[in-house]
Ligand binder design. Structure first.
Ligand SMILES: *Cc1c(COP(=O)(O)O)cnc(C)c1O
Length: 224
């Protein structure tokens, strides 16, 4: 954060929304993208003020960490929407379906199949995003660009998942704009409408490229 960053959670939240609106204003008829507040590594005492300031969508990248803080927060504030934005092991899929409300990291057949079974079992049919490895990075999760359209189709037709959009994390060392544009093209090809892209350092660029949802952590909660 800059030295003169606003001090309270409410001020930081308002500041991010203003920046989102400004970015959207440069798009013809742009609606405000959904803000997912990424609270990983922060505990309930840091999260509660952000909820009190009106924020409802939150993102966590680890199932176990989320289980430690969100059940209590979710029963205190009934309308929270919790997004899983990190890699999911199949042996945690049941826990994830029980706690989260949106799964953004569907990236392989085995996971899609297990998630589908768990959703059936728990009767919780959650909206999902397919995560795309948009930069083709060896160390990153996500389905390959060339396999995305077919994978989305299998998730829907074979596994019965409610795939609402695509999610990506571009390579840190590159300018993100072209990757965001490519994800938008892929989403059109795959026939999904939502685009979860853009983080603290690049959410305005993502909105310009058509993000319907941005995932902002450090700009809201501070450095991790
Ligand atoms: C941590 C994380 C974010 C938020 O990153 P910031 O740079 O802190 O805004 C967004 N998306 C994913 C998948 C993350 O793991």
């Amino acid at each position: 954060m800059s030295p003169n960053a606003p001090e309270t959670a409410a001020q930081r939240l308002a500041d991010i929304k203003t920046r989102m609106d400004r970015a959207a204003g440069r798009l013809e008829g742009g609606a405000r993208a959904n803000l997912v507040a990424v609270s990983k590594t922060f505990d309930a005492s840091a999260i509660a003020p952000v909820i009190e300031a009106g924020q409802r969508h939150f993102g966590e990248n680890r199932v176990q960490e989320a289980q430690g803080k969100w059940p209590a927060l979710k029963s205190a504030y009934r309308d929270i929407v919790l997004h899983l934005i990190g890699p999911l092991q199949t042996n945690k899929a049941g826990d994830a379906v029980g706690l989260f409300d949106v799964i953004e990291s569907v990236d392989r057949d085995k996971l899609a199949r297990v998630l589908s079974g768990e959703m059936e079992k728990q009767n919780r049919h959650l909206p999902c995003f397919v995560q795309v490895n948009i930069g083709g990075e060896a160390q990153k999760a996500g389905v390959a660009v060339s396999e995305t359209v077919a994978f989305v189709a299998r998730c829907r037709d074979q596994y019965g998942l409610d795939i609402v959009g695509l999610m990506c994390i571009p390579p840190v060392e590159d300018a993100p704009g072209p990757y965001f544009a490519q994800l938008a093209r892929l989403a059109r090809e795959a026939g999904v409408s939502q685009l979860s892209m853009g983080m603290s350092s690049d959410f305005e660029t993502a909105i310009l490229m058509g993000a319907t949802q941005v995932r902002v952590g450090s700009a809201l909660f501070g450095a991790r």
